[in-house]
Every structure is written in C-alpha cells, then in structure tokens.
Design a protein around this ligand. Sequence first.
Ligand code: SIN
Length: 493
Amino acid sequence: MSEIKKYDVLIIGAGLAGLYTAANLPANLNALIVCKDVPWECNTFYAQGGIVTALDEEDVPFHIQDTINAGARHNKLKAVEVLSKESIEIREDFLKRGMPFDVDENGNLLYTKEAAHSTNRILHAGGDATGRYMHKFLMEQNYHKLQRNTLVYDLLIENGRCYGARAMVNYKPVTIQASSTVIASGGIGSLYKYNTNSRTVSADIHGICVEKGIALKDMEFMQFHPTVFVKTPFARKLLLTEALRGEGAHIVDEDGYRFLFEYDKRGELASRDIVSRAIFLYKRKTGKKVYLDFSMFDEKWFHKRFPNITKTFAKIGYNLPKDRVEISPAFHYANGGIECDLYGRIPGVKGLYVAGEAACTGVHGANRLASNSLLEGAVFAKRVATAILNDKNCLVGHPKFDKDYDTQLHEENDKAYKHKLREIMWKDVGIVRNKQGLLEAKNFIYDTKNKKIGRLLELRLNTAAAIVNAALNRKESLGSHYIEDETQNKGNE
Ligand code: SIN
C-alpha cells in the first residue's frame, strides 16, 4: 500500500513549462513540482539558441506568418495568434522579474536571427546558454515545493476526472492526490538513437495518456535538428545551435561545397525540416561527410557570442571557430503531443492540464519555427495557471485506485528492447520514411508489447506506436513528415 500525499496542484516536470506554471500560481496554493531526476535534467536546460518574442505589435503578423510558413500551414491559427500576441507580455514579465537576457554596451536587448525568421527577434542569454539561464532564473525564483527523484508511472483518472498520479519517490511508491494535475514532462527524445534531449525525456507520460484513451495529436511531426555532433558516447548528442547559422555559419561537404542551395534557395536559413532532409539526402546520394564551418567568424567575437559551444568542443579536441565540426541531423523536438485547448486543458479529463513540449496546442504545425519552443512553454504555462485558478478544481472524495504497477516497472530484457526500439525509430521513423519501414517498425513495437516487459518500456512503446500510426495515416509528405514512396503508396491503395 503506497503512502498518500495531498496537494492542490501537482506539476509533473521542472523545465520551463513546469516552473513557469508554478511561478504564476500564488504561494498559498499547496503546489508540488516533481521531476524524475535532478531539476536541471530537462530539455529547457539544454536549449541554446534563444526565445522568440515579437519585437513589437507591428512584428506580430510577421512572426505569425513565419511560424505558419515553417509549420507548412498545418498550424492552428488561433494558437499561433495567442503565441505571438502574448510573447510581448511574456518578455516584459521575464524582464520585470529580472531575467538577464544578453544586452549591448548600452543595455539594449540583443536579438539574433535563426532559420526561417524574417527578422532578428530572438533573445538569448549567456551567449548560447539561453535555456540554462532561464532555468536557473526560474529555479531561484521558485517558491513552491520541488521534489526530485520522482518517477510518475500512472495518472489517477476515473470517470473523466484526474485525481493526481502515482510515482516512485526515491524508489518508494507514493500516491500523490491533487485537485489539479499539470503534465509538463517534455517530449519523447529517448525513443530515438540520435537525439539532443535530456536523458529523462522518455515519453512515459505520453504513453500513460495513450493507455487512458487521451488523444495525442500531430505525432507524425517529429523534428530533427540539422546540426548535431553525434559522435559522442552519451545518449544526448551535442547540439550546435541554429543561431550559428543565423549569424552566418555555413554547412559544407568535405570539399567545402555549400550543397544546401541545391535543395532550397535560402540555403542554411531554410526551415529546419528542409535543412535536415537535405543533409540526409545529400549524404545518402554522395556518401560524403557534412560539416558546420565557422571559419568566417572573428575568433574573439565567436568566443564571446558562443562561449559554451567553444568550451564544450574544446574539451573534445576542437579549436573553434577554426575547426569545422562534422554534423548529422538528430531528433530534437516533438511538434505533436497531448492534445489540449488554448488553456492547456485536456479535453474529457477534468483537472488535467498540459504545457510545454508535452502539449500539442497546434502552434507548431508540421514543423516548429526555431526558438518558438521556450516561448510556447512560457505563454501556455501561464495560461494553464490561469485556467487552474479559474476552474477552481476541488477534490471531493478520492476513488480507490486498486491497480498499482510499483513492482512491475522494469523487467530483465527491457534494456535490450529499448536499445532496439531506438535503432528502429531512427532508421524507419526518422527524417525520410517509407511505408515498408513504418510497417516494420509497427510490427516490432506490437511484438515487443506482447513480451514480458516492464511498465516503463510499455509506456515508451505506446508512444512509439502513436508516432508510427500517425505516420502511416498521413500518406503525403508535410513539414517534418516525409514519405519517400508516396506515389508508390497511392498506386498500391
Ligand atoms: C537551437 O538553438 O538551434 C535550438 C533552438 C530550438 O530548438 O528552437
């Protein structure tokens, strides 16, 4: 029998979405933020480039247009309007709270550019450590209880009402009852062999949603970042921020040829889906290696603007900006996620909300515009907090949830299956897909689900199945979902 704890609000995840939801809830609410490991193991912490904000009211329509163009017009217009209009208020709120964004010698905010933006409108901090700075800032400001080592393995839902969650807290099962529960657990990075995500981001909560019949939306649109150094032994691969290209870095082959212009006239500044796909296809066609070249930058300027990338790569033997770095695309961000309304409410489940990368608000469409992710996390986290305060959820009674999984989280062969899943997702459900590969991935997923596996792997497989099924259902390429044999598929139907 697990221990029982009671809260007004339970927030699952301590990245920007979780912490900023909490920052917008009054201190007299009994709120608990939980994270699986240490709080800085989250995707926010590793976000480099920055956070978009419309520069002013006049820039709002342009930001909206850029977002929709990058999203292959699959975006939910209402959500994009909310994102862009409220971005200015979010920027002002962070500044008022004292967030140290980078400024010039006169104290003016510095804005950079990234791919597919029509102007410089991206704020950054610590040069290339925006996520880390924002995370540290929100952690320092946090006045709610934050609990580490809390692995959520079930949501307590009955008759369209969420009553909280069950979690392993320091390896002991605990029932966390809550009037309102917020999912801010991030995306699905651990499903892919090559990814830029924190090791804690493993799609468990998405998998619970699948199990409970909660809809995931736009799951075929997985985003692959074009410029990642993947030759490290660690699960999280090293991101080279898009701001490098925004500032003028080139993508070249081993002969120094800027081949991207063969694929899109914007070259390095085409949207992320186009650049990733071009690298993939060019490598496959020519067998050549592909590099990010920084040699055009002044050394002093580069070290000041990108201090963390300079340091990280120096540790593994690179002298930037002189040396070029071999790159590959890698999984970066889930454009789709748990379906919700514009206040993060999950349809059909009272008291349950979602914010940040875990959510599908519809803002990103088929491909997220660079640096819209931290912005989405902040804008919609604030809205979730507003909804919680308005909805006045109050738990009257608590049903008895007999089923527990505390002893079934892991099984002996899970590690090997997880490894295989990551390989298959990369190979068959990656940047360029075809029907046969997707069907093979589906077979593997359903076969593995029938084996003796632990609950956490089962949840991962639920999410992987949602991605594969969504990819199979979308017969035509769109944004980050690219089907190679689409004409053949049509002929076979
Ligand atoms: C980057 O810095 O390139 C990543 C930012 C993002 O994911 O938008």
